[in-house]
Design a protein around this ligand. Structure first.
Ligand code: FES
Ligand SMILES: [Fe+2]
Length: 377
């Protein structure tokens, strides 16, 4: 990568990003990766590869949900992560914990979806767990002589809050990710969730991911939606540790050429898309931020969990309407176009036409992802 002021994470600061973009506008250029990458299509259809990816996801420290999804004591989120039911909950002490969501009697899930609870009562026979996972109550306990309640709490997995997100590590100690820790909080305290959705998309999780982190498809795919406001194939592409950030400028950023660097503000003039390896995307838009978790269900289907958070200073009643209008525009136009594409790619994979996919020099963040994934497996 070329010059410019860098932050501790290794990413460029806003001013350096603007300089880079203005240069690209002048030169009709874009950031270019070093090499073309050929990814075998086998890696999208092999059950063995898919099992290895799920295993990697369970070993990885992955963002599970925004901290704002657990706003108060007893708030919980229960869903599958890498094929395993996981329950994350904010305890009486304010600390977030996560557990394998399986009753210690006979394995039933003790919570579903999202909500706020004082305790978790298993729906099968009523064993009851405290928010810290400990087993509080067994109905007709005399039927279980000798059973130690202390050793029959919900089984914890590692959970920690950082960058405004809850991270979970299902297996092993997880990896200390100093690059990630050096990032400024992507989501700041006070940013509240105004919408959350779940969709099952008929495509491999990697196909969905790839669509977020390159701007080479903007004109062809988003001709009447994003393209009129943005540029075609004009991006800043940065990698940091196992992660990446792709910057999508709006046309109106050109006006910054006339503003002294010290007075330039990027708000509303570009979109930052952070890919947090392996399967999470944070999209920082003008008025809101999207947190997207891609949960592989099968080789050809993915659950896409999306949270919309209002950006700082957008919380007022009137402003929230604008935030919602923005979010609707994105999800009903551009994102809908992307969903059509990824389903079609999945069918394309099934044709057997390609032995490999070729990711070019505009698609450097995808190349970084595949290289990192290969190393992590
Ligand atoms: S399985 Fe939970 S109480 Fe029986
Ligand atoms: Fe797109």
């Amino acid at each position: 990568m070329k010059g410019g002021k860098r932050l501790a994470s290794g990413l460029l600061d806003d001013n350096a990003v603007v300089e880079r973009i203005l240069g690209h506008i002048r030169n009709r250029s874009t950031d270019m990766g070093e090499k073309v990458w050929r990814e075998p299509v086998e890696n999208y259809v092999s059950e063995k590869r898919f099992a290895a990816e799920l295993k990697m996801l369970r070993r990885a420290t992955t963002a599970f949900c925004p901290s704002a999804a657990l706003p108060e004591k007893g708030s919980y989120v229960a869903r599958e992560a890498a094929g395993v039911p996981i329950l994350a909950v904010r305890g009486e002490d304010g600390k977030v914990r996560a557990f394998r969501n399986a009753c210690r009697h006979r394995g039933m899930q003790v919570a579903a979806g999202t909500g706020c609870a004082k305790s978790f009562v298993c729906g099968y026979h009523g064993w009851t767990y405290r928010l810290d996972g400990s087993l509080r109550h067994i109905p007709h306990e005399h039927g279980f002589p000798g059973l130690e309640k202390e050793t029959h709490g919900l089984v914890p997995v590692r959970a920690e809050e950082k960058l405004g997100l809850v991270f979970v590590t299902q297996e092993g100690k997880g990896t200390r990710d100093r690059t990630l820790e050096a990032l400024p909080g992507l989501i700041e305290p006070g940013q509240a969730i105004f919408t959350s959705t779940e969709n099952v998309v008929p495509a491999n999780w990697k196909v969905l991911l790839e669509g977020f982190i390159e701007g080479y498809h903007i004109r062809a795919t988003h001709k009447d939606t994003f393209f009129p406001y943005g540029f075609h194939n004009l991006n800043v592409v940065e990698t940091f540790g196992r992660h990446s950030r792709v910057t999508y400028p709006f046309r109106r950023i050109e006006k910054l050429a006339a503003v002294p660097p010290a007075e330039r503000r990027v708000d509303g003039l570009l979109t930052y898309v952070y890919h947090l390896f392996p399967n999470v995307l944070i999209t920082v838009l003008s008025r809101h931020t999207n947190v997207v978790v891609l949960e592989p269900l099968t080789l050809g289907s993915t659950r896409q969990i999306s949270y919309g958070l209002a950006n700082r200073g957008q919380g007022g009643a009137g402003a929230l309407k604008e935030v919602e209008r923005d979010a609707q525009f994105v999800s009903q136009t551009g994102a809908a176009e992307d969903r059509v594409v990824v389903s079609a790619i999945q069918r394309g994979i099934g044709t057997g036409a390609n032995k490999h996919f070729t990711f070019g020099r505009f698609e450097g963040a995808i190349v970084h992802f595949h290289r990192t994934l290969r190393a992590a497996l």
